[in-house]
Design a protein around this ligand. Structure first.
Ligand code: PEP
Length: 249
């Protein structure tokens, strides 16, 4: 089933998030054969999760720390996310890699912590503009996947989502062409098959992220290895986001 996920990043106060959650809940209530997730900021998680409880919209965190608890000022554990009502968590977003020192190694520890707490990780990977221009897209993706998932075993159950988000397309209005997205997704799926087997590779969902908008979502979703979208800017307005959820209508 396709998965459309919204990353609200550092947007919306509690009351703004509550308002958006109510509006989304009613706009998306009739959506069928599509899974939906939104990731509000930490301070709004609990309230949003209360509103969306029992609806067809899941709630996720935007980050976590790999330890259960302790002296880690400013951090939030997997247990705290589940307690707040989350079923998913975004890990390794390029903004965290770029501005907050996230590495493939910390991403690996965070994915482990999420899985141990039965949270579904959105494992974000993607090349920068210079890496693409120098012809290194596949080697960058290869390293991110191998190191991020190092030491894991997966069976056919796809309790992980991969988000391919080329850094040059995030928040820039430059979307990867659907051929570029397909080529990267196919590469990632092939690598996952080599590492974890065919059952996992065909069950796992690989989302595209990077300036997804109502006018380009359908074309991207038509590609065989694009299983959904991780959306930043266009997820903030419930009306726009619901157009993405109903991409097929
Ligand atoms: C994102 O941050 O995950 C993202 C894809 O952002 P945008 O849709 O704004 O490019």
């Amino acid at each position: 089933m396709p998965l459309i996920a919204g990353n609200w990043k550092m947007h919306k106060t509690g009351s703004q998030a509550v308002e958006a959650a109510h509006e989304l809940k009613s706009r998306i209530a009739s959506a069928q054969n599509v899974e939906v997730m939104v990731a509000p900021t930490f301070t709004a998680l609990f309230q949003v999760a209360q509103i969306l409880k029992g609806s067809n919209i899941a709630v996720g965190g935007q980050n976590l720390h790999w330890e259960h608890q302790g002296a880690y000022t400013g951090e939030i554990s997997a247990e705290m996310l589940t307690d707040a009502g989350c079923s998913h968590v975004i890990i390794g977003h390029s903004e965290r890699r770029q501005y907050f020192g996230e590495t493939d190694e910390t991403v690996n520890k965070k994915i482990k912590a999420a899985l141990n707490s039965h949270l579904i990780p959105f494992f974000c990977i993607g090349e920068s503009e210079s890496e693409r221009e120098s012809g290194n897209t596949f080697s960058v993706l290869d390293k991110q996947v191998r190191d991020g998932l190092n030491g894991f075993t997966f069976d056919g159950q796809a309790n992980l989502v991969v988000a391919y988000e080329p850094v040059w397309a995030i928040g820039t209005g430059k979307t990867a062409s659907r051929e570029q997205a397909q080529e990267a997704h196919q590469f990632i799926r092939g690598l996952l098959e080599n590492l974890f087997g065919k059952a996992f590779a065909s069950a796992v969902r690989i989302l595209y992220g990077g300036s997804v908008k109502p006018d380009n979502v359908k074309a991207l979703m038509e590609m065989p290895d694009v299983d959904g979208a991780l959306v930043g800017g266009a997820s903030l307005d419930p009306e726009t986001f619901s157009k993405l959820v109903f991409f097929d209508n």
